[in-house]
Design a protein around this ligand. Structure first.
Ligand code: ATP
Ligand code: MG
Length: 221
């Protein structure tokens, strides 16, 4: 799997005899914002992950094709948002693969490439966890990795917990629940704000805002 530094997933970086713990943060990232970044960083710290790989979705199966910005824009914004953090990387694995992006396939490919040297943690916010049971092959996702279920404003802890219990009952794997600082930020709200001429400063990194303005994204919503 190629990432922005072309570093193989299993590259030696001091796992001291153990397996590397790799976080995988999937998303549309249209655009990436501080809610994504704080969730990834919280997971890294809480679960001692060696790095977090952001995986912009190629063609998100659950979002209408016309409504999503081109992959090149979403990839570049994700790189801009993470470039200064040595623990964060961006993978092109989904955007370079034709066809719909299924998380189960992505995790299988990443695991195949890394062999036994890594263990994977799929980081996901509460809304996505609640939807995961309707995704393609949720049992496969839960057996390929540890799923980290993060809190998100608008989704109660109780609902998240009940969903984790249900997943454990159905698939035999209990997602790891994680509380993250509540940031009521969403990409759809940022797109709406740009379209309506409202401010987006401090909702996302400055470089990403500059890119949005330069590329003229989200002006016609
Ligand atoms: P959209 O509004 O277009 O759906 P989004 O803000 O939900 O965008 P996504 O790219 O869909 O962003 O989300 C990627 C992942 O990040 C998902 O697992 C989602 O739950 C999580 N996530 C997004 N925003 C937050 C947030 N503010 N707090 C916690 N998790 C978040
Ligand atoms: Mg979303």
């Amino acid at each position: 799997m190629k990432n922005q530094l072309d570093r193989p997933v299993g590259a030696a970086e001091g796992a001291a005899g153990g397996r590397l713990r790799i976080g995988v943060m999937g998303g549309t990232f249209d655009p990436i914002h501080y809610g994504h970044l704080v969730t990834a960083e919280s997971a890294r710290v809480k679960f001692g992950l060696h790095r977090v790989i952001f995986v912009p979705a190629g063609r998100p199966p659950h979002k209408s094709a016309g409504g999503v910005s081109e992959a090149r824009h979403r990839y570049l914004m994700t790189v801009l948002a993470t470039i200064m953090d040595p623990n964060f990387e961006v993978s092109r694995i989904e955007i370079d693969r034709p066809g719909p992006s299924h998380t189960a396939d992505t995790l299988r490919l990443m695991r195949a490439e890394s062999g036994d040297s890594c263990e994977f943690y799929f980081i996901t916010g509460a809304d996505a966890v609640l939807e995961m049971m309707n995704w393609h092959d949720p049992g496969e996702i839960l057996s390929q990795c540890q799923v980290i279920a993060a809190t998100r404003p608008g989704y109660s802890r109780e609902r998240l917990h009940n969903c984790a219990v249900e997943m454990a009952r159905r698939f035999g794997h209990h997602p790891l629940e994680m509380e993250v600082p509540a940031l009521a930020i969403s990409s759809s709200d940022i797109r709406r704000r740009v379209g309506e001429g409202e401010a987006i400063r401090y909702l996302l990194p400055d470089a990403v805002e500059s890119y949005i303005r330069k590329a003229g994204l989200y002006t016609a919503v």
